[in-house]
Design a protein around this ligand. Structure first.
Ligand code: PMT
Length: 407
């Protein structure tokens, strides 16, 4: 028996890969520790292990058909995932990961995964080339952003004769990941309050027009998701974007820089702040109450600008209740590192991530970013990576710093 797993209800989805044989042992290990295991065996999974073995080991019937009248009468497909404390996909093949990432629901396994509001842990298992394929890596990034957790894959000899990452984690490693999921032991930011700003701000000219910029919110949203995945109690203060809400973060939607500052101050006290938003430096001083009219023969309207509050500087320079770690971005089109260094000094933040936003880099609105982290006296050049990877790396770096590691 394990205090962590005793009485926990796990819905194990066994997809079609050679590693399915290890899932039989996984069922045994989980039940030894007092967990109740209910299984969905996909059609392809049943090519590798039999429903009879799965049923004998789990001590329960095995679910397989989406359109089974008897299954639906006993336990509806929605109820299956609702009744569980955790969904585990093992082996998680390239195919089921792709279908999860796309939100497909054409069999019982994917329907249960789409219908669930419970945490999902996946143990990938596939050929090394399939694992390394950009499509699989894209799907993984999407699933991580959706809040799915992963254990493995491990490096090693594969059934197909190749060597590399792709072997499913061993049953006891999966058990450890499940236990960690329940007791939060692998969440280095548990108990930490984090705030991320993201997206552009809109500064009204009149009730229908505004000044804005090209920020999509992709980078900031990815950072909020990554911090939440590491256990931080995360607030995302977002300007207007079309990005989906990152799993696990509380979203506060704002329009203008002044609204954004008010939302950030309302979220205090905080341990860590990441200002990834592209906040407008100026707003229109004389915002019109009514729509400005085009008037033939009259002079063109002129806009007078007023300076917006600087959110990063104001949080960094708080005398009382300053967050322990304040991180800014520097979006530059020239003299990247020089300007970023000066910006960190001027605003008073602890770290700054410099990124080149010149035309042609695709940083604004794109899916990838090349950042340089100024955390001490010199810059660390991070490799160009997806915005999710940049976010994961930053989140782990934050966890190391807050837990007493390098600053
Ligand atoms: O949103 P994406 O399309 O994914 O693009 C990501 C990004 C390029 C927007 C992001 O990586 C980024 O660089 N964000 C900061 C953009 C910016 O406004 O940079 P800045 O150099 O003008 O500002 C420096 C820092 O001060 C930033 O942390 C900014 O959030 C903050 N700031 C700026 C002005 C202001 N009034 N208040 C602020 O808090």
């Amino acid at each position: 028996m394990s205090a962590t797993l005793s009485g926990k209800r796990i819905l194990l989805i066994i997809a079609g890969g050679i590693a399915a044989y290890k899932s039989l042992d996984l069922i045994r290990r989980l039940r030894e520790r007092g967990a109740a295991v209910r299984c969905i065996l996909t059609k392809a999974g049943a090519e590798f292990v039999t429903p009879l073995s799965v049923s004998a080991l789990s001590g329960d019937k095995v679910y397989g058909e989406l359109f089974s009248l008897t299954d639906e009468a006993e336990m509806g497909h929605i109820q299956l995932s609702r009744d569980a404390d955790l969904l585990v996909v093992a082996p998680a093949t390239a195919d089921i990961l792709a279908r999860m990432a796309a939100g497909l629901a054409h069999d019982l396994a994917t329907t249960a995964l789409l219908a669930t509001d419970k945490p999902v842990l996946a143990a990938p298992a596939m050929n090394v080339r399939m694992w390394n394929h950009p499509a699989t890596q894209r799907n993984l990034a999407q699933l991580k952003a959706d809040g799915v957790r992963f254990v493995g894959p491990n490096d090693g000899d594969m059934a197909c004769g190749e060597y590399g990452p792709g072997r499913m984690a061993e049953p006891l490693e999966i058990v450890a990941a499940i236990e960690a999921q329940f007791d939060g032991a692998d969440l280095p930011l548990k108990g930490i309050k984090a705030l991320v700003t993201s997206g552009p701000t809109h500064e009204a000219i009149d009730p229908v027009r505004y000044i804005a910029n090209r920020s999509s919110g992709k980078q900031g949203h990815a950072i909020a998701g990554a911090l939440a995945r590491l256990g931080a109690d995360t607030v995302l203060v977002s300007g207007p974007t079309h990005e989906p809400d990152p799993a696990g973060a509380r979203i506060v939607r704002v329009e203008s820089a002044r609204d954004m500052l008010a939302a950030c101050e309302a979220a205090l006290p905080l341990d860590v702040v990441v200002c990834a938003a592209a906040v407008a430096d100026w707003r229109v001083a004389n915002e019109a109450a009514q729509k400005l009219k085009k008037q033939d023969g009259k002079p063109l309207p002129s806009l007078t600008l007023a300076e917006n509050p600087d959110i990063l500087a104001s949080l960094s320079q708080r005398k009382k209740g300053r967050p322990r770690l304040v991180i800014g971005f520097a979006a530059e089109t020239e003299k990247l590192l020089e300007n970023a260094k000066a910006k960190r000094a001027r605003k008073g933040c602890d770290w700054i991530l410099a990124n080149d936003v010149s035309p042609g880099t695709g940083t604004f609105g794109g899916t990838r970013n090349t950042v340089h982290l100024l955390a001490g006296d010199s810059f660390e050049d991070w490799p160009t990576a997806s915005k999710e990877e940049v976010a994961d790396r930053l989140a782990h770096r934050i966890a190391a710093a807050l837990n007493g590691g390098v600053q």
